[in-house]
Design a protein around this ligand. Structure first.
Ligand SMILES: Cc1cc2nc3c(=O)[nH]c(=O)nc-3n(C[C@H](O)[C@H](O)[C@H](O)COP(=O)(O)O)c2cc1C
Ligand code: SF4
Length: 595
């Protein structure tokens, strides 16, 4: 297929509307193996956008590429948990088997191998995305199988399905992931009581958002409802990109009815007709399951027109696929992405509840928040408020991974101690737990009696366990690589600051660190925290700050006893010039004084 035909097909399928640009870019890449320059021009003409606007979007997302990646694309997940499970060695082994280099298409154009940020499989690490589909629990045997399938050029559709099986790994269930749900049970009660009473029920439940900040859901829905606009929108944030988090994967894979139901209840409150479930590109393999649930709900009048016989209550949900950008989890960046643009955070205020999707009032909530809302409307706010602590009601899904015997999803009432979770998951000699992902809290062993709740250690869901054998400096270094890779580049303090922080950590790792570098990192942290445009930049230095405080020895043993040590060896860099000019004047050497 040529680029013109691929674009025309995509436009015919999605309509010539700019907000559908991301879907069209996905479609073009599926047809051509990449999004070439000719396609950008044709898309720009069809959507009446500038070439720069289309290219800006196409080049922003990690999972879209301008050059072909071969018939088989294998992207190894690069989270610290994948590293601990042997990712670097396994990736090297795989590349050697196929005689290829990471980041380069093979000579025969068959295969492309590279690393990518966390893909939501920390409970089954190391994992990879193979042609966009999740493949968990990699080891040499599974990689040999993949290498053989590639060598024999087996069409991807004919690969053994066992490779792609991703168990939920629910280790401890509760109302969200452990108890049956009759679709419509929450919605029927909601429709019977009406929008004001729904808000009162959420208020009584004291439900707080599960995406991180813990904002009160009733307040968010209430203010969005009051906001004036041509239309109101309901958006589900299923971008789950925080390294170590995978609980939304499980909700979407096996409990999607709860999520759709929560969105439909929100629509009832807001008077919204359209909802969007923004699914991270790495979870593309879940889209079909979600569509199946949606079809069933449409067939039983839980979605569609006059829902459950309520005249004028029309609502449906579109599933929109992201394309690999952690920043799109930030709600205003997510909305930009929904509009087909690069996912760069907006200035706030205005907040989405008054000016969100297409400038209209929009509620954005996490997957788990909608699931909680559905249960609350089914069982009542008082029931929910009876679980957890005073300021953190209900249960919380934790994604537990790392050095433990039973990684997976655990559902606890808020307020559970870290010690309890560690005992339940079979943690092995834990020295620290990273709660809430790289931007969260690093809790050392002496504080394991602290509790998971907004009053103590808040968490959007991730809980990575590190045993005494782990080097916490390397953990922080991995996180600095993550933030530098995922910084969207919009503001200088974060774009430059995250790169400098990563480079300085690499310098320390190479044994070239000095007291000067430690001071410089402190300065970078202050700049990042105070001058960044959004939450990514504000928290990007947190892993370094915390590990420096809690594990100073992990840094000190790497420092050379110098006030300053350059990372760049100028004298060695001049060696090539000396060879070319055939001059090696003794006086032209730069000699550094050893301490
Ligand atoms: C860098 C960054 C990444 C985020 N990623 C996510 C995410 O993957 N999922 C999510 O629900 N919220 C994420 N958030 C929080 C959202 O901006 C937003 O607060 C949340 O979706 C609101 O939903 P809630 O009220 O249900 O918690 C992120 C925030 C930041 C700053
Ligand atoms: S802080 Fe970082 S991620 Fe946020 S807008 Fe600035 S560059 Fe982008």
């Amino acid at each position: 297929m040529d680029p013109a035909e691929a674009v025309d097909r995509a436009v015919a399928r999605y309509g010539a509307e700019a907000p559908r640009l991301l879907a069209m870019l996905h479609a073009v890449q599926a047809s051509l193996g990449c999004v070439p320059a000719e396609a950008l021009d044709r898309l720009a003409a069809a959507l009446r956008l500038t070439r720069a606007e289309v290219e800006g979007s196409a080049s922003f997302y990690h999972l879209l590429h301008a050059k072909p990646h071969g018939q088989y694309e294998i992207l190894f997940s690069d989270n610290v948990i994948d590293h601990m499970a042997g990712k670097p060695e396994l990736m090297r082994y795989f590349c050697d088997e196929l005689l290829i280099q990471p980041g380069k298409q093979s000579e025969d154009g068959l295969v492309f191998v590279d690393s990518t940020s966390d893909i939501g499989l920390a409970d089954q690490a190391p994992g990879a995305l193979v042609n966009g589909v999740l493949v968990p629990s990699l080891d040499r045997n599974r990689l040999d199988l993949i290498a053989n399938l590639i060598r024999e050029q087996r069409p991807f559709a004919q690969w053994p399905q066992t490779l792609f099986e991703v168990p939920d790994n629910v280790r401890k269930g509760g109302p969200l992931v452990g108890e049956p749900f009759a679709p419509g049970a929450g919605l029927r009660r909601a429709l019977a009581m009406g929008p004001d009473a729904i808000l009162a029920e959420l208020e009584a439940a004291s439900l707080r958002g599960r995406g991180g900040a813990g904002y009160k859901t009733a307040a968010k829905w209430g203010s969005c409802r009051k906001a004036q606009g041509r239309a109101h929108y309901v958006v589900c944030n299923a971008d789950e990109g925080e390294p170590g988090t995978f609980k939304d994967r499980v909700l979407l894979a096996s409990h999607a009815d709860l999520v759709f139901e929560g969105m439909t209840i929100a629509a009832r409150v807001l008077g919204a007709k359209s909802g969007y479930l923004y699914l991270r590109g790495e979870y593309r393999c879940l889209a079909d399951r979600l569509r199946t649930v949606r079809t069933r709900r449409r067939a039983t009048n839980l979605l569609g027109k006059d829902i459950l016989g309520t005249p004028g209550f029309d609502f449906d949900v579109e599933i929109v696929l992201g394309a690999g950008a952690y920043i799109c989890g930030e709600e205003s960046a997510l909305i930009e992405s929904l509009e087909g643009k690069p996912g760069r955070p907006r200035n706030r205020p205005p907040y989405p509840d008054t000016q969100g999707y297409l400038g209209q009032p929009t509620v954005v909530n996490n997957v788990e928040t909608y699931a909680c809302a559905a249960r609350i409307l089914e069982r009542g706010g008082a029931w929910f408020a009876g679980l957890g602590t005073r300021d953190s009601t209900g249960t919380k899904l934790l994604s537990v991974s790392g050095d433990c015997k039973r990684p997976g999803v655990y559902e606890y009432p808020f307020g559970v101690t870290l010690r309890q979770v560690l005992a339940d998951c079979g943690a092995q000699q834990p020295q620290a737990v990273q709660v809430g992902g790289p931007s969260g809290t690093c809790v050392p062993w002496r504080e394991f009696d602290r509790r998971v709740c907004f009053e103590d250690v808040p968490s959007a869901g991730a809980m990575m366990v590190f045993s005494r054998s782990r080097d916490m400096f390397e953990v922080a270094r991995n996180f600095t690589h993550f933030f530098a890779h995922e910084s969207c580049g919009f503001c200088t303090p974060c774009r430059v600051g995250t790169s400098l922080l990563r480079n300085t950590m690499d310098k320390l790792a190479a044994g070239k660190g000095s007291a000067y570098d430690m001071e410089r990192m402190q300065m970078l942290m202050r700049v990042l925290q105070s001058m960044s445009h959004c939450g990514l930049g504000h928290t990007a230095a947190k892993p370094v700050v915390q590990t420096m405080q809690v594990f100073p020895e992990a840094y000190e043993r790497r420092l050379r006893n110098l006030s300053y040590e350059p990372s760049f060896d100028l004298d060695a860099a001049l060696e090539t010039a000396r060879l070319i000019t055939r001059r090696d004047d003794e006086w032209a050497h730069i000699v550094s004084e050893e301490p």
